[in-house]
Design a protein around this ligand. Structure first.
Ligand code: B1M
Length: 210
């Protein structure tokens, strides 16, 4: 099978009941797992991301599509070996210290995974020191910081400062986002990128790496 349109339609159409069967059929027909991932699942999530940006798909639908994507990735993961992973970007993501909101951050993480990036999700209420340690441990290319409260936005600046002090700033790009965060704020605190939603965050992350 060289045309993965049915797999894409499953995800975009939010009907993933046929997804495992379609993936098995493609594998049986000799398709490479990485092609199924890139041209089937990731291409579908690109469409989902665009629809989200255009206001044609909403959060619950995006979460459903992202969940289906995870189902597909789980099937393919053991078969991918280094094939799909060797040149993938490595992302560390978390919600900054003092902030417990994680729905949007998890959505960003899922969209990034869906875009083929290796994502290490630290969770919520993450201190600058813990971000620094994770960037080191994961040898991350991108650090993603989420904040939903105006009162926790200053922790983004403190985290950027901690990365600078650790000597890692040249090795890692920093992206910030969350409802109260703006492009202007991102520039003010010395981040490399801002994304307003999960779809554009995944796109930005890919372009930051390339
Ligand atoms: Co709270 N909360 N909350 N809350 N909460 C808000 C954020 C608030 C706007 C509600 C309001 O007053 N209208 C307000 C913040 C006001 C402000 O600071 N400007 C608020 C407040 C005040 C609070 C508490 C202080 C309430 C209290 O206790 N008095 C408290 C704080 C707790 C804490 O964090 N320390 C609190 C607590 C909570 C709950 C725990 C109950 C719960 C969180 C549950 C959870 O996350 N597991 C909660 C919720 C659910 C909300 C609202 C209702 C919804 C947030 C959400 O999940 N949105 C929210 C009001 C609202 O937004 N309408 C509110 C859906 C999600 C998909 O969107 O997170 O914006 P969002 O993510 C988007 C983008 O922002 C972007 O992509 C996502 C998908 O498109 N994005 C990124 C996010 N991170 C990104 C990172 C990126 C790029 C893009 O790059 C790295």
């Amino acid at each position: 099978m060289t045309d993965f349109s049915e797999i894409r339609e499953c995800l975009v159409g939010l009907d993933d009941s046929r997804l495992p069967g379609l993936i098995s059929r493609a594998l049986d027909a000799g398709a490479a797992p990485a092609d199924i991932l890139n041209q089937g699942l990731i291409a579908a999530m690109d469409i989902v991301g665009e629809r989200m940006e255009n206001g044609e798909m909403f959060i619950p639908e995006v979460l459903m599509a992202a969940q289906s994507m995870s189902t597909g990735v789980d099937i393919l993961k053991p078969l991918l070996g280094d094939e799909g992973g060797s040149d993938r970007g490595r992302v560390v993501i978390g919600t900054v210290q003092g902030d417990l909101h994680d729905i949007g951050k998890n959505l960003v993480a899922m969209m990034m995974e869906s875009a083929g990036l290796a994502v290490h999700n630290l969770g919520v209420d993450i201190t600058p020191e813990a971000f620094v340690a994770a960037v080191k441990e994961q040898d991350a290319n991108i650090l993603c910081l989420s904040a939903l409260l105006t009162t926790t936005m200053p922790m983004m600046k403190q985290t950027v400062d901690a990365i600078v002090e650790s000597g890692l700033r040249d090795k890692v790009k920093i992206m910030v986002g969350g409802a109260p965060v703006t492009q202007g704020f991102a520039e003010e605190i010395g981040a490399d990128a801002f994304a307003p939603d999960a779809g554009s965050a995944a796109k930005q992350a890919k372009s930051l790496i390339s």
